[in-house]
Design a protein around this ligand. Structure first.
Ligand code: DC
Length: 663
């Protein structure tokens, strides 16, 4: 997951390959609650690991459910037939609507002493219609803040279930879902009828609910979309084990990707056209816009069909979440696209009509909006702007706008707060980068070089972390090469140059965080020693070895970008890098830092000897004929003798931002 302040997406050219999607949020949280309401243990496979499911799991634990997680498999031992938590419990629901609504209903019907609260945005998301319905059937619920909104306090109900229970269906279908899942708890000796008031929106989500209830032994009778009857004697029964389908709304980004990007097509694993999720119908809308789609059980394949895409007018009531993706596809169409019947966008994680309009305009698009519709004009070549997309803590805004990186003008797109995708798809950007292509000239590289002990490694890895970029420690490659050569019984002299180069060409090296692995053996400590550095220095003057490592170093230039640290990064390996920094510090300062480092590691060291060594090494490094230490011509010099690491990092980021201006 990218936890950086922003993520700059380089201009993307094409895409091909397979993505395996995480489990559906809607199905995951329903399945968790239903399993909790059963007696006995239910093993849930392919559960989504996300903010929303964590909120639900935490709440279930607080209630006394057994929760045993192992990867994407979770065993839930339900509360059925057991007393629920006896003492007062306060639940923190974050911004998870799919946990807040059904838990409110289940807790209110069951009764107890509970408080449900969330983040400030959760306290602005309406819940009054659900509370009204629950009060109608005798539940005790108080508002602790504004009337109609969380936080809520729940007490002990006096249930009156003989008349039909009215619930509004035109604000959020989650209210009806919440009642459908809670009321079987009270249907032992009588049938319970729910009546929908107003036109029911998002019917496909109700179908998911009914489908899953059936899997848990509750056969709800549906009379049109107006009346739902839970039969007398209904009782939750665990299915034993259950698989969660991949999220069809998450699939929408990759369906759109296949429709937009040139390439051999995209295969999506985890969900197919026969999905029980309504959002799978997004594929019809995408096909209408031009995508070529085929499907089998649990998979989809998408290719670019019509290009440009075709502008459409569509009632999106049946695919409220996935429809946001159409708004970005519309930028690549041949005429305007109008999405109608999307009033529910206004009460989601953010006001999504405002968000999509505002951010599309930043890209240069012409957008019109109404109370429940939006019209987006295509954005022709030469009119795309470099935009910094604000994401409103809304995962879907972030994921949608990543697709703007395929623009004809090859401008990069900045996504602010990229970690907001964690709500449903923590590794979304990793999945995108695993199938998207960019030309080497569009993938940014920042080079950092400087004399030994200048702190370039620390600086480079810190800047990489701030930008979410990969990090190449080229010195480590020379260190590993020397290590491998010695293991192979070679000397580090010119006599063995060809043999060392041969080794270097297919070096089985892997970087995992701070660890360096050679043929899966951890060699971190071995190569980081003073001796390791001397050995590296020896092999690094052999021209054939340097040449042999070029391809390996180039292979680190991957999406979304690279920090390359080492001797000839800006001069030989990445001469076109848009930013090169030459980091220096006085010999006295460097000696002092190295001294501290050694003492910290428990070695004895003399600061004067260290300084003399450093100066000798500088002289050798600068005068050597192969890859001498010298700043690239276009490098910016940074003397960090009297700067903290934070200040140096800040300076490099300021230089970088001045070259990457986003409107
Ligand atoms: O940065 P370091 O101390 O890990 O580098 C080890 C040795 O390798 C050092 O003598 C410089 C040399 N080197 C090089 O010649 N070219 C590079 N790109 C990186 C390091």
């Amino acid at each position: 997951m990218f936890s950086t302040a922003f993520l700059d997406l380089p201009a993307l050219q094409g895409a091909s390959g397979t993505v395996t999607l995480p489990g559906s949020k809607s199905i995951s949280n329903r399945v968790l609650l239903l399993s909790a309401l059963c007696q006995g243990t239910t093993v849930v496979h392919d559960l989504l690991d996300s903010d929303d499911t964590r909120v639900m799991l935490a709440a279930l634990r607080q209630l006394g459910c057994g929760v045993e997680a192992q990867g994407t498999m979770v065993a839930i031992t339900g509360l059925g037939g057991r007393p629920w938590h006896a003492e007062a419990v306060e639940f923190f629901m974050g911004n998870a609507g799919t946990a807040m609504r059904p838990l409110t209903a289940a807790l209110a019907v069951q009764g107890g002493d509970f408080i449900l609260k969330g983040v400030p945005r959760m306290h602005e998301r309406p819940i009054g219609d659900l509370v009204d319905a629950l009060r109608e059937l005798g539940c005790a619920i108080d508002y602790l803040g504004n009337k109609g909104f969380p936080p809520l306090r729940i007490g002990t109900p006096t249930l009156q279930l003989d008349k039909p229970i009215p619930v509004r269906g035109d604000v959020s279908s989650q209210f009806l879902t919440a009642l459908l899942m809670a009321l079987p708890l009270a249907a032992n000796d009588r049938a319970i009828t729910i009546e929908v008031v107003g036109e029911l929106i998002s019917k496909p989500y109700i179908e998911i609910t009914l489908n899953l209830l059936a899997r848990y032994g509750i056969a709800v009778e549906r009379q049109g979309w107006e009346r739902f009857v839970i039969p007398a004697g209904s009782r939750y029964m665990s299915p034993g084990s259950i698989h969660v389908e991949a999220d069809a709304s998450s699939a929408s980004y990759f369906i759109a990707l296949g429709a937009i990007a040139e390439g051999d097509g995209i295969r999506i694993q985890g969900v197919g056209a026969d999905s029980i999720q309504g959002d799978i119908r997004f594929m019809d809308a995408a096909a209408q816009m031009g995508a070529k789609i085929s499907s089998g059980p649990n998979w989809l394949e998408i290719q670019r069909g019509s290009w440009p895409l075709k502008g459409i007018t569509l009632d999106c009531n049946h695919i409220p979440d996935a429809a946001m993706t159409l708004a970005v596809m519309a930028l690549y169409a041949d005429g305007p696209t109008t999405l109608r019947n999307i009033a529910s966008w206004r009460v989601k994680e953010t006001d999504r009509i405002v968000a999509m309009a505002t951010e599309s305009r930043k890209l240069g698009a012409t957008v019109e909006e109404g109370p429940d519709w939006i019209t987006i004009d295509p954005l022709p070549a030469n009119q795309w702007q470099r935009a910094s997309i604000h994401t409103y803590d809304d995962h879907r805004v972030a994921m949608c706008f990543s697709l703007a990186a395929f623009n004809a003008d090859q401008v990069p797109v900045r996504i602010e707060d990229p970690k907001c995708v964690a709500k449903t798809f923590p590794d979304y950007f990793e999945a995108l980068f695993s199938v998207a292509h960019a030309t080497a000239q569009n993938i940014p590289v920042i080079c950092i070089d400087g004399p030994t002990a200048s702190g370039k490694g620390t600086l480079a890895s810190r800047v990489a972390a701030q930008l979410g970029y990969h990090y190449l420690d080229s010195g480590a490659l020379y260190r590993v090469t020397a290590h491998a050569a010695l293991l192979a019984g070679l000397t580090l002299e010119a006599a063995d140059e060809a043999a060392i180069a041969e080794l270097a060409r297919s070096l089985p090296v892997r970087f995992e965080g701070e660890q360096v692995l050679l043929s899966n053996v951890d060699v971190t400590d071995a190569i980081r020693s003073e001796q390791g550095g001397m050995n590296a220095s020896k092999v690094s003057v052999l021209p054939a070895v340097r040449k042999a490592l070029v391809d390996l170093q180039h292979s680190f230039q991957r999406l979304p970008g690279l920090l390359a640290d080492g001797r000839d990064m800006g001069t030989v390996i990445f001469p076109n890098a848009p930013l090169k920094v030459f980091l220096t510090a006085s010999a006295a300062k460097r000696a002092e830092r190295r001294h501290k480092q050694l003492i910290f590691k428990g070695f004895s060291a003399n600061i004067n000897t260290l300084r003399a060594d450093l100066e000798a090494r500088d002289a050798r490094d600068m005068s050597r004929s192969v890859a001498p230490l010298k700043p690239a011509q276009d490098a910016l010099q940074l003397d960090n003798s009297s700067l903290s690491i934070d200040t140096s990092v800040e300076q490099v980021l300021v230089w970088w931002q001045s070259r990457q201006v986003f409107g």
